[in-house]
Design a protein around this ligand. Structure first.
Ligand code: AMP
Length: 334
């Protein structure tokens, strides 16, 4: 059993917005759990971030923040490879070769590209936004990942990565592992905005009061929960007709490890105000040790950069092996 090769999992987060509770519940906590089962490769995807307009100093700050938060929530550089995408040039290099193995029609069909380009308006659409799914395919295929934990929004991109891998394998010879989606060890709950419980928390056009950021201080969190939208009834019960209350119950359940049923019982007869206060306090308590660890890492840039460098070296070692194989197969002199 011990010498059986572990499967490889790849996941990346784009440092475009600050990390929020939805990211944690929907993605990050699964990434922590997956470390026990897989050899994990986790990336701060800064190269993906510049497909949209970002302030350079913000991007740099967030890349540090993301790495510090990765560590703070329990991603462990001894177990997993943690690195910043732009530190491993093979991502850009493989993308060129994969561009030449991707059909325009395939890239054109990506709904996320279509949505984003529709919204781009006068600012226009850059080629990077169009090519984003091919860069994502490179990210995954470089590490010969077996699994990619994904939500619905990334399913089409993963499908394209599989198509590109299969095409390359058929055109040349078997080179890439064809990756599969991985749907979580924990029930992946979607978290909704506190101010609009029908919209996913964290979308950029969301009201900021509806989003709980992982680095929000206690008073801010308290205020956001106090203002959370509920309904005009008085029953604390999970139900499709009560999206606000259901969302708060889900958050409380993750924060405390209690089931939603147990939480409903606990709050039987309580006022909405009391309920919202207790949920807010549970979030504050949950985030307290994470924020303390974050502060420790962000306060020691040298250590953070050392971890980034070590991660990039380990990632590069694997990525370069794949890239040399690819270069040889397409006829480059290596
Ligand atoms: P994004 O920041 O939207 O690119 O999302 C990064 C990751 O976090 C993806 O795996 C998303 O599915 C997950 N995520 C973001 N927001 C939420 C949310 N409100 N609820 C659950 N998962 C989320």
């Amino acid at each position: 059993m011990d010498n059986e090769k572990r499967k490889i999992a790849y996941s990346a987060l784009k440092p475009t917005g600050d990390l929020q509770l939805g990211n944690y519940i929907g993605a990050l906590r699964n990434m922590v759990a997956m470390q026990e089962q897989f050899d994990c490769v986790y990336t701060v995807a800064d190269m993906h971030s510049i497909t949209v307009d970002v302030v350079p100093s913000e991007l740099r700050r967030r890349s540090y923040d993301f790495m510090a938060l990765f560590l703070a929530i329990g991603l462990d550089p001894k177990k997993s490879i943690l690195f910043v995408q732009s530190h491993v040039p093979a991502h850009a290099e493989l993308t060129w070769v994969l561009n030449c193995n991707t059909m325009i029609g395939e890239a054109n069909r990506m709904t996320q590209y279509k949505d984003k380009s529709r919204k781009a308006g006068k600012a226009g659409i850059n080629v990077g936004l169009f090519d984003y799914p091919v860069l994502m395919a490179s990210d995954i295929l470089l590490y010969q990942a077996d699994y990619v934990p994904i939500g619905k929004d990334q399913q089409q991109h993963l499908e394209l990565a599989r198509t590109i891998a299969e095409r390359f394998n058929n055109r040349y010879s078997p080179t890439f592992v064809v990756p599969e989606g991985y749907y979580g060890t924990k029930s992946t709950s979607k978290i909704y905005s506190l101010t609009d419980p029908t919209a996913k928390m964290g979308k950029t056009d969301d009201n900021l009061n509806g989003v709980v950021f992982l680095l929000d201080d206690a008073d801010t969190i308290r205020r956001k929960f106090a203002r959370a939208v509920t309904d005009s009834e008085h029953e604390i019960k999970s139900s499709p007709t009560k999206p606000g209350i259901t969302n708060l119950l889900n958050i409380y359940s993750v924060m405390t490890g209690k089931t939603v049923k147990a939480a409903e019982k606990e709050f039987d007869g309580a006022s909405y105000e009391k309920f919202k206060t207790v949920v807010g306090e549970a979030v504050i308590e949950y985030l307290r040790p994470i924020q303390a660890e974050y502060k420790r890492y962000i306060g020691d840039k040298a250590e953070l950069e050392r971890i980034m460098k070590e991660g990039a070296e380990r990632a590069s070692y694997i990525a370069r092996k794949t890239l040399s194989k690819v270069y040889r197969k397409v006829g480059f002199i290596v």
